[in-house]
Design a protein around this ligand. Structure first.
Ligand code: PEP
Ligand code: MG
Length: 583
C-alpha cells in the first residue's frame, strides 16, 4: 500500500481500478464484444489488414530505386509481416477472448514486439519496429472516421475506473463515460482549473497535483481517491479500505442531511436574503441545480458548447441550448456568459482560434477573441437575445478589462438588436446586461463600469490569478493562489462598494463563492449573491442561515485590517470553528 497527498478539488470518496489515460499515446477504442460478434470482428480485422497490404504494394511500386533496393526490401518485409499466419491467428485468438479488433490487434502485436525485443538479436529487433509500423497502418484502416478523429478511449471504458492522468483537458472530461468514471487524479492542475470545476459539476471525487503520479500507478491497480482530504491510496490494505468505506458512508449521510434544507431560503439570521445560484457548463446540469435548491443559474459557461461540437455558426442550435436551460429552470433567473474560450479552455473546433501563443492566459481569448470575430460573436448574441424573449434571461460578458472595451461590446449588441428588429424577429430588447469583474483593471475602474452595467459578477478564479500573478492551473505555485490575500480582499471591497454606490447588484461566481470557509466573510463584504457548483449549495445555505450580517460585517472589517494571508486565514478559521465547531 502506498499513500500520496495532492490538492483536493472535488469532494467524495471513490474506490475502483486505475485507468491510465495518456492523450499523447495512440488512442484505441477498447470494448468487449459478445461471442456471436467475434466472426464479424475477425472479418473487420482481416479487411483492414488486406487494405493495408494494398497500400503497401502501392508504396512498393513507387519506390524510387525499384525492386531489390533497400527501401523495397523494407516494404517487402512489412508485407510479409501482414501475411504472417502466426500474428494473424494471435489477433483472432484475442478477439475470440472478447476484445474488439483494435484492442486485440494492439495486444497481439505487443506480445510479438516484446518477444522480439528481448531476443537481443539486432535483426529481430528491427522486425519489432516493423510490427509496430504495420500495426499502426492496420489500425488506421480500421478507423472509419479517420485516424485523427478516433473515438476517445474515455468514451468507451470496459469497467468502473478511476482516471489517472498527467493532465486532463476540459474536453477530455466532457468526452468521458460518466457512468464508468468514479473519480480522477492528475499530476497537474489547481482548485480552479476547469477540469476541477467539471469534476465538481459531475460530482466526481478528484485530487490533483500528485507529483510522480504516472510513475507510481499503472492501469489495473486498485486505488482510493479521497477528494475531501486530498489523498490517493494505491493498493490499499483491507483495513484501509474498510476505513474509507466508513468515511464514504459518513459523507453520504451528511450530504443527504443537507439536502433537507432545499426548500428553505438562503437567508441570514437577521433576515438578509442572499441569492444562491448554480454554475453550469452543460444544459443537462440544470436539473442538478434545481435538485440542490438553486435560486437560478448564476453562470452558464457557454463556451463548453463549442468544445465538442461545431456550433460557432449555428444560431439555432445555440438558441435551443439556451432555451432548454431556461425551460429546465422554470422561470428562475438564468445568467448566460458569452463565449469565454482560451486559457485552459482550448476550443479546437472554432475556426480562427489561435494555435499557440506564448502567454495564452493573457492572450487573444474570451471577449477579445469575440470582438475580433464579429460573425461568431453576433451569432451568439442573436441566439441569446432571441432566447431571452419573454424569459428570465440575463447576459454577461467575460474578461472585460475596461470601459472602452465594454463600449465596443455595446456597439455590437446594438447592431444585433437593429438586425433583429429589422427582420421582425422577436427578442428581448431590455435584457439585463452584466459583466464579469475578473481583471484587476476592471476592479479598479468598477465605479465607471457600473454606469454601463446592470449587474456585476465577480470571477475570483481569474481575479485572484491576475491579481497575484499566479497561474490558477499550476500545482507548483498553488500555495500562492490565495483568496485570503489582503490584496484580493481589498479589491473585493472596492468592487462591492462601487456596485452599491451605483445601485447595481454584485454577486460572485468564482470558486471562492462556494468555499464554506469564505462564506461569512463574503456576506460581511456585502455581496448580494453567490453562484457555485450545485453540489455545494446546501452547505453554503446552512452557513448563511446560521450567521447575521452584523457579525459577518465585523468579521470582514477585522479581516481587512490584517497584513498577511496566514493571519487572515487563521482569523477566519477560528471565527468559523467557534460558530460551527469545525474548520
Ligand atoms: C472566474 O474566473 O472566476 C470564473 C467564474 O470564470 P471561469 O472559471 O470560467 O474563468
Ligand atoms: Mg474567468
Amino acid at each position: 500500500m502506498k499513500e500520496f497527498n495532492g490538492i483536493p478539488v472535488s469532494p467524495g470518496i471513490a474506490v475502483a481500478t486505475a485507468f491510465i489515460y495518456d492523450p499523447k499515446a495512440p488512442q484505441l477504442p477498447r470494448y468487449e464484444i459478445s461471442a456471436e460478434k467475434t466472426d464479424a470482428e475477425i472479418h473487420r480485422f482481416e479487411k483492414a489488414a488486406a487494405k493495408a497490404k494494398v497500400d503497401l504494394e502501392k508504396i512498393k511500386d513507387s519506390v524510387p530505386n525499384g525492386g531489390g533496393s533497400t527501401e523495397s526490401l523494407m516494404v517487402d518485409s512489412q508485407i510479409a509481416m501482414l501475411d504472417d499466419p502466426e500474428w494473424r491467428s494471435r489477433v483472432a485468438e484475442e478477439i475470440r477472448g472478447g476484445k474488439n479488433a483494435e484492442w486485440a490487434l494492439n495486444d497481439a502485436s505487443d506480445f510479438f514486439i516484446r518477444l522480439l525485443e528481448s531476443s537481443g538479436d539486432v535483426y529481430l529487433k528491427e522486425r519489432a519496429a516493423d510490427i509496430s509500423d504495420v500495426t499502426k497502418r492496420v489500425l488506421r484502416q480500421m478507423n472509419t472516421k479517420g485516424s485523427d478523429e478516433s473515438i476517445s478511449p474515455l468514451a468507451d471504458l470496459p469497467e468502473d475506473v478511476i482516471l489517472v492522468s498527467r493532465n486532463l483537458l476540459p474536453s477530455d472530461t466532457l468526452a468521458m463515460d460518466k457512468r464508468k468514471v468514479k473519480g480522477f487524479v492528475t499530476e497537474t492542475g489547481g482548485r480552479t482549473s476547469h477540469t476541477a470545476i467539471l469534476a465538481r459539476a459531475f460530482e466526481l471525487p478528484a485530487v490533483v497535483g500528485i507529483r510522480s503520479l504516472m510513475k507510481e500507478v499503472k492501469t489495473g491497480d486498485r486505488i482510493i481517491v479521497d477528494g475531501i482530504r486530498g489523498v490517493m491510496i494505491v493498493d490499499p490494505t483491507p483495513e484501509r479500505e474498510g476505513l474509507y468505506e466508513r468515511y464514504r458512508t459518513e459523507w453520504q449521510l451528511r450530504e443527504s442531511r443537507l439536502l433537507t434544507l432545499n426548500h428553505l431560503p438562503a437567508e441570514t439570521k437577521d433576515g438578509k436574503r442572499i441569492l444562491l445560484m448554480a454554475n453550469i457548463e452543460l444544459p443537462e446540469e440544470a436539473d442538478s441545480a434545481v435538485a440542490h435548491g438553486a435560486d437560478g443559474i448564476g453562470l452558464y459557461r457557454s463556451e463548453f458548447l463549442l468544445m465538442n461540437s461545431r456550433v460557432e455558426d449555428n444560431e439555432e442550435e445555440q438558441f435551443r441550448a439556451y432555451r432548454s436551460v431556461l425551460e429546465q429552470m422554470g422561470g428562475k433567473p438564468v445568467t448566460i456568459r458569452t463565449f469565454d474560450m482560451g486559457g485552459d479552455k482550448v476550443v479546437r473546433s472554432v475556426s480562427n482560434a489561435p494555435e499557440t501563443e506564448s502567454n495564452p492566459i493573457l492572450g487573444w481569448r474570451s471577449i477579445r477573441f469575440c470582438l475580433d470575430n464579429p460573425k461568431l460573436f453576433k451569432t451568439q448574441l442573436r441566439a441569446l437575445f432571441r432566447a431571452g424573449f419573454q424569459k428570465n434571461l440575463r447576459v454577461m460578458f467575460p474578461m472585460i478589462s475596461g470601459t472602452q472595451e465594454l463600449l465596443r461590446v455595446y456597439k455590437t449588441v446594438e447592431e444585433v438588436k437593429d438586425e433583429l428588429r429589422s427582420a421582425k424577429i422577436p427578442f428581448n430588447a431590455d435584457m439585463p446586461i452584466g459583466i464579469m469583474i475578473e481583471v484587476p483593471s476592471a476592479a479598479m475602474t468598477s465605479d465607471i463600469l457600473a454606469k454601463y452595467s446592470d449587474f456585476f459578477s465577480i470571477g475570483t478564479n481569474d481575479l485572484i490569478q491576475y491579481t497575484i500573478a499566479v497561474d490558477r492551473g499550476n500545482e507548483r505555485i498553488a500555495y500562492l493562489y490565495e483568496a485570503f490575500h489582503p490584496g484580493v480582499l481589498r479589491m473585493l471591497r472596492i468592487i462591492v462598494q462601487n456596485a452599491h454606490k451605483a445601485g447595481i447588484s454584485v454577486s460572485m461566481c468564482g470558486e471562492m463563492a462556494g468555499d464554506p470557509l469564505c462564506c461569512a466573510l463574503l456576506i460581511g463584504l456585502g455581496l448580494d449573491g453567490f453562484s457555485m457548483s450545485s453540489a455545494v449549495i446546501p452547505e453554503i445555505k446552512r452557513i448563511i442561515r446560521s450567521v447575521t450580517v452584523a457579525e459577518a460585517e465585523i468579521l470582514a472589517g477585522q479581516a481587512l485590517e490584517l497584513e498577511t494571508v496566514a493571519q487572515v486565514r487563521q482569523y477566519v478559521e477560528e471565527w468559523m470553528s467557534e460558530r460551527f465547531g469545525e474548520k
